[in-house]
Ligand binder design. Structure first.
Ligand SMILES: Nc1ncnc2c1ncn2[C@@H]1O[C@H](COP(=O)(O)OP(=O)(O)OP(=O)(O)O)[C@@H](O)[C@H]1O
Ligand code: SF4
Ligand SMILES: [Mg+2]
Length: 319
């Protein structure tokens, strides 16, 4: 096993979502806490990609913000065994994260100037042109503004800016979700090529298993703030262990048998302010039995790199 660049241990993040104080007093309402991230652990080996997948609201972005230091944890630990200066983030909406009043050249140059304030102007310009070329844009694009580009090109600008900071670790929060499918594939291929060439490590977030299938070495499936299953990618697709993972897999269009009817995802995700008792997936689970409503399944100790939090699946992990 290669060295872990990131180790996350029993990570928790709660948000106070109480009504304002006066309303609480008048209406006699208690404080309300939302458990966005509720005891999460995973490691990422250097040079690999770990993907977090799950439906909206399961806590993916909160983990991204905890890892990058934008949020403080309410509990647990994050250990980053790299240079914190060399961690960068790529967001879903490249337009919102690019300053609309700056030319692309200035956007990409900013991290270069931060790294090396003494760098001569000609050197910065040359490096900006090189970075634009690396991400498949033209050096002439440096004089344009973000609004002059398509969504896919804007995401390339974000990637060039991230690379300018000479990263070793990138947190990518739904980097291609806003893009058309064909453009999405191009940007994902670019990210894979850069990873190979530069030895980058990715924490890659997506709600879409078909996207992470081609990106991730290891996939962690999240439900209501917890990881319910974690496996190397090929194993997860070959032998999904958790009923929720199987439900997610059933919603992926099947390339070999596109005519086969796909089951729509059953049920709503409950609120993380008042999660169901026991296994929080039990109201949607086709395999639920009495124990599931009373007890919460903890993730099993690692068996051949896979761990699952489900009473029914734990009995079948020796497949
Ligand atoms: N600053 C905040 N204050 C209160 N609640 C928050 C805050 N940030 C996130 N939450 C809540 O925490 C839960 C997890 O949110 P998060 O954004 O991490 O989910 P996500 O998996 O990234 O969802 P999506 O796929 O929609 O991006 C949600 O219920 C969300 O409403
Ligand atoms: S613990 Fe029970 S409810 Fe939860 S996923 Fe497993 S079988 Fe379903
Ligand atoms: Mg999110």
């Amino acid at each position: 096993m290669t060295e872990a660049i990131l180790e996350v241990d029993a990570l928790e993040r709660r948000f106070d979502v109480s009504a304002p104080w006066l309303n609480r007093v008048i209406e006699r309402k208690p404080r309300r806490t939302l458990r966005a991230v509720d005891g999460v652990d995973f490691d990422i080996a250097r040079g690999q990609t770990l993907a977090l997948v799950g439906e909206s609201g399961c806590g993916k972005s909160t983990i991204a913000k905890l890892v990058t230091g934008l949020h403080a944890p309410s509990g647990g630990k994050i250990r980053f065994n790299g240079d914190p200066e060399k961690m960068q983030m790529i967001f879903q909406d490249p337009f919102a994260s690019l300053n609309p009043r700056w030319r692309v050249g200035r956007i990409v140059a900013e991290p270069l100037r931060t790294l090396n304030p003494q760098a001569p102007e000609a050197q910065v310009t040359a490096r900006v042109e090189e970075l634009l070329d690396t991400v498949g844009l033209s050096p002439a694009d440096a004089v344009k503004y973000p609004h002059e580009f398509s969504g896919g090109q804007r995401q390339r600008i974000s990637i060039a800016r991230a690379l300018a900071g000479e990263p070793e670790f990138l947190v990518c929060d739904e980097p291609t979700s806003a893009l058309d499918v064909s453009v999405q594939a191009q940007v994902l291929n670019l990210m894979k090529r850069l990873q190979r060439e530069m030895g980058l490590t990715y924490l890659f977030i997506s709600h879409d298993l078909s996207v992470v299938r081609h990106m991730a070495d290891v996939i962690a499936v999240m439900y209501l703030g917890r990881i319910v299953e974690i496996q190397p990618t090929a194993d997860l697709f070959a032998t999904p262990l958790h009923p929720y993972t199987r439900m997610l897999l059933d919603t992926i269009p099947d390339l070999e048998a596109p005519k086969r009817d796909r089951a729509p995802m059953g049920g709503e995700v409950p609120s993380p302010v008042s999660p169901p008792s026991g296994c929080s997936f039990h109201p949607r689970c086709p395999l639920a039995f009495d124990r599931c409503t009373r007890e919460r399944p903890e993730r099993e100790p690692r068996v051949h790199d896979r761990r699952v939090a489900c009473f029914a699946a734990a009995e079948n992990t020796d497949v």
